[in-house]
Write a protein of this length. Structure first.
Length: 372
């Protein structure tokens, strides 16, 4: 075992990542803070904006334009126009859609360092994680769905001799997406990539705590050559912008990642409006079970990862552990020793393995303390 309580292979991998990790860029001013509709930047219809904070310091990074129902209506209108049969997007063949997704992946690779820095500033997650995990996953997601674009086929079905039966897959239309704050850029890609792969258009609301990488990526979507209206980004709050997406009569499908409580509200709004299709990815508490015949040190390391990875802010965080009674005391002792070795600090420091929680409000801090 390595001295810090993790396996030698993991230690070597971390050392290799540290050696390959570039320095974060210095962000003097965030350049993309407006609402993105129809490949153009807009101020909010209400004139309102909201602050985005660095959770590591509590300092304000910038102010972001706040989308409301009127802004969502404009975004949906642009997305609806872009998915009409006569539009450039609908006339584009599937392989060309795939090339655009690859181009977007190329641009994200080009700007990977800046995006990783923005992600860390906005979320507080360690820069090592932003650069090697979140950005890598985002790029791979785009390339995966780019490859699928020209492989979505209908079928020829045998029926009676005098009949021919064909099926054809067509885009659903305007897809609404509402994403959380724990993996902002990766969640953005998980929502837009499959929708664009299939020829849909998107209106997406990033979490109000972490809108910056979504807005920067919107600029890359335009640079990549996606037609106007194909992707629209509406930063704002759930009860206003999020609700407007969920209940909009021209949104054909809505996808949401977040809490079970909000997922229920979205499903209700979808049913009461136009019975739009709904995809929900909701949170949970996933226990680990450790038996006496397990490799105890490995069990300690893996359960610690499950509990503390991304500051514990994962929908599948394994923050409950059921341990067989005969090894309970030893497991607790080792877990405490391992937890003490976690390096908590500035998330931009490559030595840091655990940054701050994403929310800086006193209410959210009280919630965290209540759980201890």
């Amino acid at each position: 075992m390595a001295q810090n309580g993790i396996s030698e292979n993991e230690e070597r991998e971390r050392e290799g990542n540290m050696a390959a990790l570039p320095q974060p860029v210095t962000v003097h001013q965030v350049t993309h803070t407006q609402i993105f509709i129809n490949n153009e930047w807009h101020t909010s219809c209400s004139g309102k904006s909201f602050p985005s904070f660095n959770p590591a310091t509590g300092d304000k990074i910038c102010d972001v334009e706040e989308a409301d129902k009127e802004d969502v209506d404009k975004a949906v209108g642009a997305a609806k126009a872009a998915v009409q049969r006569s539009s450039p997007w609908r006339r584009m063949d599937a392989s060309s859609r795939g090339r655009l997704l690859h181009k977007l992946a190329d641009l994200i690779e080009r700007d990977r360092l800046l995006l990783a820095t923005l992600e860390t500033l906005d979320t507080g997650k360690p820069f090592l994680q932003s650069f090697f995990i979140d950005l890598d996953g985002s790029i791979k997601t785009l390339r995966y769905y780019a490859g699928w674009s020209d492989k979505i086929h209908g079928k020829s079905l045998p029926v009676d001799e005098s009949f021919m039966c064909l099926t054809k897959h067509e885009p659903v239309g305007v897809c609404g997406a509402i994403i959380p704050w724990n993996f902002p850029l990766l969640m953005f890609m998980w929502k837009i990539a499959p929708a664009l792969c299939c020829g849909n258009t998107v209106v997406i609301k990033p979490a109000e705590q972490t809108p910056l990488t979504a807005l920067y990526t919107a600029s890359l979507i335009k640079e990549a050559g996606f037609p106007p209206g194909v992707v629209n980004v509406v930063p704002g709050f759930g009860p206003t912008a999020g609700a407007a997406i969920a209940e909009h009569m021209d949104v054909a499908k809505v996808a949401f990642t977040g809490s079970t409580e909000v997922g229920q509200l979205i499903k209700e709004a979808a049913a009461k409006s136009n019975l739009k299709r709904v995809t929900l990815e909701l949170g949970g508490k996933n226990p680990c079970i450790v038996f006496a015949d397990s490799d105890l040190q490995m069990a300690v390391e893996e359960t610690q990862k499950g509990a503390f990875y991304n500051q514990g802010q994962c929908c599948t965080a394994a923050s409950r552990v059921f341990v067989e009674e005969s090894i309970y005391e030893d497991f607790v002792r080792r877990s405490v020793e391992n937890a003490k070795k976690i390096v908590i600090g500035d998330p931009l420091d490559p030595q840091t393995s655990h940054g701050p929680q994403v929310c800086v409000t006193s209410a959210s801090q009280d919630t965290c303390l209540h759980c201890i």
